[in-house]
Design a protein. Structure first.
Ligand code: 5HY
Length: 244
């Protein structure tokens, strides 16, 4: 199957590392295409970044549909543009936050999220409520590590994420950790060994969920709010993305 993994920010090195994490999780028959929008923010760290990232996701899902993608993954912890993407797509569209939440609830009665800047905690809180996990998410904790700092080998990000996760497990009495950024994917296995609890990376979880749904012959419902967008002429810079 062809799986289009979208990094909604415009940092090519992060797209490459997300693609590597997706390929490491993918089954032999899954072809991963790691892409990013042609416009938008180099990192998504707040509501304004998120709005442009959502438009970029829509651009990339439209391209994926034209290229025959069987499914899409939105590889940013805010799941930007998820519902719009599902209007455009025929196959499954999986956000890494939603995927990670589902995986964590199958492994522990309560999970904690360790994310980047504290200002993005509220975005994860909104998703926990929107997806119905408020009884299972015991806490969401910021490390105040900038997203692009995760790409910096000289950064002490790993130590800070480990310390935050240890404190979260104690404070929240949770049994699993969800990594709150696509850029943390490569730290997952090491953190799991150190912490002794399941550590869920949303990129890998989303890849496996997408594979499973496609294998079951399941795609996005086209009835109701996920039906294709109504055809209309958009104005200005949105004109090229007018629903046809
Ligand atoms: C992400 N931002 O996964 C989120 C992390 C966050 O550019 N990729 C980003 O802090 O929400």
């Amino acid at each position: 199957m062809k799986l289009r993994v979208i990094n909604p920010n415009t940092t090519a090195s992060m797209t490459a590392s997300i693609g590597a994490a997706a390929r490491a999780a993918a089954a032999p028959g899954t072809h991963i295409e790691a892409v990013q929008p042609s416009f938008g923010a180099p990192s998504i760290e707040g509501h304004h970044d998120d709005v442009w990232a959502a438009a970029g996701v829509a651009e990339q899902v439209r391209a994926g549909e034209e290229a025959g993608a069987d499914a899409h993954v939105i590889a940013c912890f805010g799941d930007p543009g998820l519902h719009a993407a599902r209007e455009l797509a025929s196959g499954p569209v999986i956000g890494i936050a939603e995927a990670a939440f589902h995986a964590a609830t199958l492994l522990a009665t309560g999970f904690s999220v360790v994310t980047t800047l504290s200002r993005t905690i509220v975005i994860a809180e909104h998703l926990v409520v929107q997806y119905g996990f408020e009884r299972r998410c015991r806490g969401i904790h910021g490390t105040d590590i900038a997203v692009l700092e995760l790409d910096d080998p000289a950064s002490d990000a790993y130590a800070r994420i480990l310390a935050c996760a240890e404190a979260a497990l104690e404070r929240d009495r949770s049994g699993a950790i969800v990594l709150g950024c696509a850029g943390m994917a490569d730290l997952c296995r090491s953190l799991q060994r150190r912490l002794g609890v399941p550590v869920v990376d949303g990129v890998a979880a989303a890849v496996k969920l997408a594979e499973g749904l496609v294998a079951l012959g399941l795609g996005t419902s086209k009835r109701g709010d996920y039906a294709a967008p109504l055809p209309k002429a958009y104005a200005g810079l949105a004109a090229p993305w007018s629903p046809r």
